[in-house]
Write a protein of this length. Structure first.
Length: 113
């Protein structure tokens, strides 16, 4: 039940948003036990953001998962996300934060997992 929320200062076309979503879908199995079956993502673009004291293309990506994963898996997914944001939105890896959150209770279809 992963959810990835991408916020970026870059104005993206619908095609680029879809490309980011598709690449994130392909990357989610980097987290052991996670698949695209219950994967959800959102891409919010053209947000006013500043990082390192300037207005370069920037991204903040939140990854929420049901349960836990490993530091190694988070490192691998961070690298993949930074590559995706660089390739699709021109956000340099040193202008991309990735935050991970492990969620204990996750509801879906009128029940908890």
């Amino acid at each position: 039940m992963p959810f990835i929320n991408v916020k970026t200062s870059v104005k993206l076309s619908e095609q680029l948003k879809l490309e980011i979503e598709n690449k994130l879908t392909e990357a989610i199995p980097l987290l052991p036990g996670k698949t695209s079956n219950y994967f959800m993502c959102a891409v919010e673009d053209n947000i006013s953001m500043m990082f390192h004291g300037d207005k370069q293309p920037t991204a903040f990506v939140e990854v929420k998962i049901f349960g836990k994963s490993t530091r190694e898996a988070y490192t691998d997914l961070t690298a993949a996300i930074c590559d995706i944001m660089n390739d699709c939105a021109g956000v340099a890896p040193d202008y991309c934060y990735v935050k991970f959150e492990e969620v204990e209770n996750w509801g879906f279809n009128k029940r908890l997992f």
